[in-house]
Design a protein around this ligand. Structure first.
Ligand SMILES: Cc1ncc(COP(=O)(O)O)c(C=O)c1O
Length: 506
């Protein structure tokens, strides 16, 4: 939507000189150039004549004359009661840099199983407004200046207390660095590890998308470690050269398995053996349905585990606040990394989040959405069982996504495409793989942001997509057994043939 500069006291950059050319002509020239060059775009509403006259120190009549002249030339449209807007002039205005001339047509998606989005209709906006109001009212004036390098002390105290209370962690405010979400925390942590002499990072395979790219940008080599029904295969990790590993222990992304107690112990033992570190992506931990959530790995070994968290899943991705709870020897370097790249996270929002958690509103919200997600999960499970048969849906113990095992005679990509043509967005597991061992076709179904009604319709649409996409080619993998899920151990080809992004630990 074009901007509206007629309200408040928006200013236009127009420099007038007193060299003899009339102010009206100078202002006209400036506005004409701005419109031709695309600095002011079609539909943008210009300041009122009174405001622009005040800003430029000229009479209001001068600005009225300018707008009339530009209107007569076709540069602007003036409508009584709705002000003066930049006109649409085909062929004159250059497209703004970075804006594609024509956006590619988007499929009409009605049901979106895309991973990673919580129920946006349940975001506790009223509580957030309360918290921002309280933060604005109570934050001492000094709090409006630059923050401490590690972030708001109040939020670090609250977040670490929350992590100790709910996630069985043992970090204190001094171990915490506030960041702009998990991803930023990951990028900072990896940069610090690379400088500390760690060269290789192990990633779960399959695992969250794009973490390999983030690691490589930080200067680390990546090794793929397979995931099986107990989570990350620690024996395979041990066989790699890695001294750091990134894991999703509470609810593995994307397979949904929880790291087994034996693997948790083995993982910590591995970190000691190689003098290494574990990066714990603690996402989805709050949404455990069958029993209490398993505690954070950070609580097991605070000297070797970084716990990275954010409120993207628990509140909304748009809040963009997260934290890294780091082993004490890394905290200073992490704060420095943050300072050099960003100078800090939004201070009022940090205070608001601290108040939201401290007031109990955050816990109350979690209780509410946990119940909502549980119902959605049950509906999805019931509908999948009715349509596809039993034991097709995996990874349901926690979180907001599950893996649907497709019939072996279909091609994953073909189902994704066919579902899209039916207005349903789903993702296969292929985009989550670092290597491509032969694997049965499967879909990742995120259910957090879909109503029960949409879930039912979505499952039926996927069944239809499966029927439509049965092809002779896809039957070639029909001989694979389901037991190879979620990740096989034999690498066959890499994500980018010719330039593998990762090596594989087997
Ligand atoms: C595996 C995983 N970890 C963490 C996050 C949270 O990331 P962020 O805080 O950067 O939004 C996501 C978000 O989708 C995720 O998929």
């Amino acid at each position: 939507m074009p901007a509206d500069w007629s309200r408040d006291s928006a200013e236009l950059v127009i420099a007038l000189d007193r060299t003899g050319i009339s102010f009206a002509l100078q202002i006209q020239g400036h506005l004409r150039d701005a419109i031709r060059e695309g600095r002011l775009v079609a539909g943008e509403r210009l300041p009122s004549t009174r405001r622009l006259a005040d800003q430029l120190g000229v009479s209001r009549g001068t600005v009225v004359e300018v707008y009339e002249q530009l209107g007569a030339e076709g540069y602007v449209d003036s409508v009584v009661g709705s002000g003066t807007r930049v006109a649409r002039i085909p062929g004159i205005q250059r497209p703004r840099t970075g804006v594609p001339a024509a956006a590619a047509p988007r499929p009409n998606i009605q049901i979106d199983f895309e991973y990673g989005i919580p129920d946006l209709g349940s975001v506790p906006l009223r509580d957030w407004v309360w918290a921002v109001g309280e933060a604005t009212r109570t934050l001492p004036t000094a709090g409006l200046g630059d923050e401490e390098p590690a972030g708001s002390r109040h939020l670090r105290e609250v977040v670490t207390a929350y992590h100790r209370r709910v996630r069985a962690g043992c970090a204190t405010a001094d171990d915490a660095v506030v960041v702009g979400g998990f991803r930023q925390g990951l990028a900072f942590t990896l940069a610090v590890l690379a400088r500390s002499g760690i060269e290789v990072l192990a990633l779960e395979d399959p695992g969250p998308r794009e973490h390999d790219i983030i690691a490589e940008r930080a200067g680390l080599n990546v090794v793929a470690v397979p995931v099986d029904a107990e989570g990350l295969n620690v024996a395979a990790l041990r066989a790699s050269r890695a001294r750091a590993v990134l894991v999703t222990p509470a609810h593995q992304c994307p397979t949904g398995v929880a790291l087994s107690p034996t693997r948790r112990r083995e993982l910590v033992a591995w970190a000691h053996e190689v003098d290494g570190v574990i990066l714990e992506d603690d996402y989805d931990a709050e949404f455990r349905y069958d029993r209490q959530a398993v505690g954070s790995l950070q609580g097991l070994d605070p000297e070797r585990v970084f716990a990275l968290g954010s409120v993207s899943k628990t509140i909304a991705p748009a809040i963009r606040i997260g934290w890294v709870l780091a082993p004490p020897r890394f905290v200073e370097a992490l704060s420095e990394e943050k300072q050099l790249s960003s100078r800090g996270a939004p201070g009022l929002d940090q205070e608001a989040l601290a108040l939201l958690i401290e007031s109990g509103r955050f816990d109350r919200h979690l209780r509410r959405v946990r119940e909502l997600y549980r119902k959605r999960r049950d509906t999805l499970a019931k509908e999948v069982a009715a349509v596809f048969g039993p034991d097709r849906l995996h990874g349901l113990a926690a979180g907001c996504h599950a893996v649907l095992q497709l019939p072996l005679d279909v091609d994953e990509d073909a189902v994704v495409e066919s579902a899209q043509s039916l207005g349903v967005r789903v993702t296969g597991l292929r985009p989550y793989r670092l290597t491509y061992p032969p694997a049965p076709p499967a879909l990742l179904l995120a259910f957090g942001n879909l109503s029960e009604h949409q879930l039912v319709r979505g499952v039926h649409a996927i069944a239809e997509a499966v029927r439509r996409s049965k092809s002779p080619k896809s039957r070639q993998i029909a001989s694979l057994s389901l037991s190879t899920m979620p990740g096989g151990r034999t690498p066959v080809r890499h994500r980018s043939p010719g330039s593998p992004r990762s090596s594989t630990a087997t």
